[in-house]
Design a protein around this ligand. Structure first.
Ligand code: HXC
Length: 273
């Protein structure tokens, strides 16, 4: 495909959304120490939310919480937990409630990923990603639901677009993210009557993240991919942040049980011609 004549602009959330729409609200975000989930947390904090970020690596979490607080003027606390262990998540939730008194929004974003064909993948490798992505999301829902019901809040699950087709070397992640999409849909219909919404953001190719740097195409392959993106560029963490703000805001009050791909149209691109 020829290079795109038009490049979609990068839009700052503060030029679109009010600065105080999440004032007094609290976000609980797994995987918030880095990458896309850190960016989603920053977007929510820029618009008034306080946050607890959850991850395994305490040094990275502590540093990220400090930087997020400095950048936004809101409060962010690090809460160490491995989403595979419900007791650790319960502790992280208790710490969040002790600090902020409530949880309004939850991002289930903790994820594992590496490239390996099915033929070379160990049973434990497959299981590990299922446990982090799918069971970890279930554990996060269980640990937070009472609080989200109390605040009539909402969930966003971070999925992917790779399971809509057969993406090589991603059997574990594809199966896990399909499970995440299904989990969110059930949560939406079961908890709608309790005032809780649940949606999925499915990011496409997002530049500058650890996942993309480690797993995405490199060199010439990366350049030719980039030229073919329908929107003329890769996505940014800010693009995912903008979608996050919208989906958590009251403007999305009638949107639940949905999957929102944020991929610049990439998943519809037929690259065989
Ligand atoms: C093959 C691998 C592997 C690899 C781990 N395993 N890495 N197999 N290739 N590169 C296998 C191990 O051999 C082991 O199986 C099993 O997986 C568990 O590995 P451990 O290292 O013991 O587990 P753990 O310490 O819990 O960590 C696992 C992990 C980590 C969290 C999945 O490997 C990981 O992926 N970290 C990166 C997290 C990350 O980048 N997340 C962002 C994803 S972004 P055996 O059989 O040996 O016991 C994203 C966006 C998509 O997904 C981007 C698309 C381009």
């Amino acid at each position: 495909m020829a290079p795109s004549a038009y490049v979609v602009p990068i839009v700052d959330s503060t030029s679109v959304f009010k600065l105080d729409i999440f004032k007094g609200k609290v976000l609980f975000c797994t995987g918030g120490g880095s990458g896309i989930c850190r960016g989603m947390t920053e977007a929510m904090m820029r618009h008034g939310a306080n946050a607890a970020i959850v991850g395994r690596k305490v040094d990275r979490l502590t540093q990220a919480a400090k930087e997020l607080s400095q950048a936004t003027g809101q409060e962010c606390i690090p809460t160490q937990a491995d989403v595979r262990f419900p007791a650790q998540l319960k502790e992280a939730v208790a710490k969040t409630i002790a600090k902020f008194g409530r949880i309004d929004y939850v991002i289930c974003g903790a994820a594992g990923n590496f490239l390996v064909p099915i033929s070379g993948m160990s049973e434990n490798a497959f299981k590990t990603v299922m446990e982090i992505d799918t069971i970890g999301s279930f554990n996060t829902i269980k640990a937070t639901l009472d609080h989200v019901r109390a605040s009539k809040g909402a969930y966003i699950h971070v999925s992917a677009t790779l399971h809509y087709t057969g993406t090589p070397f991603q059997a574990h992640v594809s199966a896990a993210k399909a499970g995440v999409d299904a989990l969110s849909a059930v949560l939406a219909v079961e908890e709608g009557p309790n005032g809780v919404r649940s949606n999925v953001i499915a990011p496409g190719p997002i530049q500058g993240t650890e996942g993309m740097d480690r797993l995405g195409p490199k060199g010439e392959a990366a350049n030719s991919r980039r030229n073919g993106y329908p929107s003329g560029r890769m996505g940014t963490v800010g693009d995912i942040g903008n979608a996050t703000i919208f989906l958590f805001s009251d403007a999305a009050a009638y949107i639940t049980g949905q999957v929102l791909p944020v991929d610049g149209g990439s998943m519809h691109l037929q690259s065989t011609f």
